[in-house]
Design a protein around this ligand. Structure first.
Ligand SMILES: O=C(O)CCC(=O)C(=O)O
Length: 336
């Protein structure tokens, strides 16, 4: 029996996948203009992003919205309104501790595009306006590709709350990279003590580097890959932020986060956006992205199984998984 394709199952058209080596027709892709003012960003702010690969904007999201999303996350931790497509992740040290459930057990919630409360973050106008200034045009079809609410737990002493230095593009089978941007909003005061983000400015101008699981003594969380032979002497910045402040960053920017040495959780909500008019899926077989793609396919298979989908009866390829996970933010599903 011929296997059904996963996108057909989700009533999505099969997408066009190009080879990673074969250049996307850049003439058809609108080039980004760093010289003029955007809708909300000044030319100087856009140029800061272009040079450094990130920019922090203060007070993007008000406290009452953060409270709404925190409340929804806490409900999910109490197993209320858990949607089948959610990916709920636990810290490796906590999973082995007495905290088997509840907010203390969950380190990350992913794939909340279909959750009406949490998806409000991805649509939040003050966030979307900045993203459009960085990767698109005022009218472009923006896609929410990857969503996360990160609940970095107090470290158990095993240093597993760290996130190794990495580039997010390793996970993504779509390009061009400059039309992808992450928005990461602090849900509380984030500082060195509770493991704020750490970025290496300017590294978005380099290549996608090979990644691997770091050889940490007490293990490492699922799919937390770090850059192989990472050069820790590169000058880095600890991005300390107040609640509602948002850092926007390029998918090639090298970043990670430190240990949470406090007794509280360090929460942040984030969305990776892609300009759906400019980006296309690419085939990552035979590239350094293969390992990350295998892990993500694996996680997706387990999700589909939980939803009663017979994964042996369907074709599951990496780009299709992203097509199923992604959602238009404001307009149509163009290329993605
Ligand atoms: O929020 C953090 O600690 C880091 C998140 C991150 O870099 C990621 O999930 O790719």
């Amino acid at each position: 029996m011929e296997r059904e394709h996963v996108v057909v199952l989700f009533q999505l058209p099969k997408q066009h996948v190009v080879s990673i080596a074969q250049d996307i027709d850049m003439a058809a892709v609108q080039t980004l203009d760093w010289t003029t003012e955007g809708q909300v960003l000044s030319a100087a702010q856009k140029q800061f992003y272009e040079k450094n690969g990130y920019i922090v904007i203060n007070n993007v999201v008000p406290q009452y919205e953060l409270d709404r999303w925190r409340h929804r996350f806490q409900e999910i931790c109490e197993r209320k309104g858990v949607r089948p497509e959610f990916t709920v992740m636990k810290d490796i040290a906590i999973a082995k501790s007495e905290f088997k459930s509840g907010e203390k057990a969950i380190t990350k919630l992913q794939d909340f595009n279909e959750d009406p409360v949490l998806f409000d973050y991805c649509k939040y106008p003050a966030v979307v306006d900045v993203v459009r200034d960085l990767i698109g045009t005022p009218k472009c079809n923006l896609m929410s590709m990857h969503t996360m609410l990160i609940n970095k737990p107090p470290d158990s002493g095993k240093l597993t709350s760290r996130h190794p230095m990495h580039q997010d593009l390793q996970y993504f089978p779509f390009r061009p990279a400059e039309h992808i941007c992450c928005a990461w909003t602090a849900m509380e005061w984030v500082h060195r003590g509770n493991g704020c983000l750490v970025v290496v400015p300017g590294t978005h101008k380099g290549d996608l580097l090979p990644h691997e699981y770091p050889k940490w003594e007490n293990g490492v969380n699922k799919a937390y890959f770090g850059i192989q032979n990472y050069d820790a002497s590169m000058p880095r910045i600890h991005v300390e932020m107040q609640p509602g402040d948002t850092v926007f960053f390029h998918p090639l920017l090298i970043h990670g986060s430190g240990t949470n040495r406090t007794d509280g959780f360090r929460k942040a909500i984030s969305c990776h956006y892609a300009n759906g008019d400019a980006c296309h899926y690419v085939n990552v077989e035979g590239t350094t992205q293969e390992m990350a793609s295998r892990e993500i396919i694996d996680i997706a298979k387990r999700r589909f199984k939980k939803r009663g989908i017979d994964v042996d009866a369907i074709e599951l390829d990496f780009a299709d998984i992203w097509r199923v996970r992604s959602k238009p933010v404001n307009g149509n599903r163009a290329n993605l």
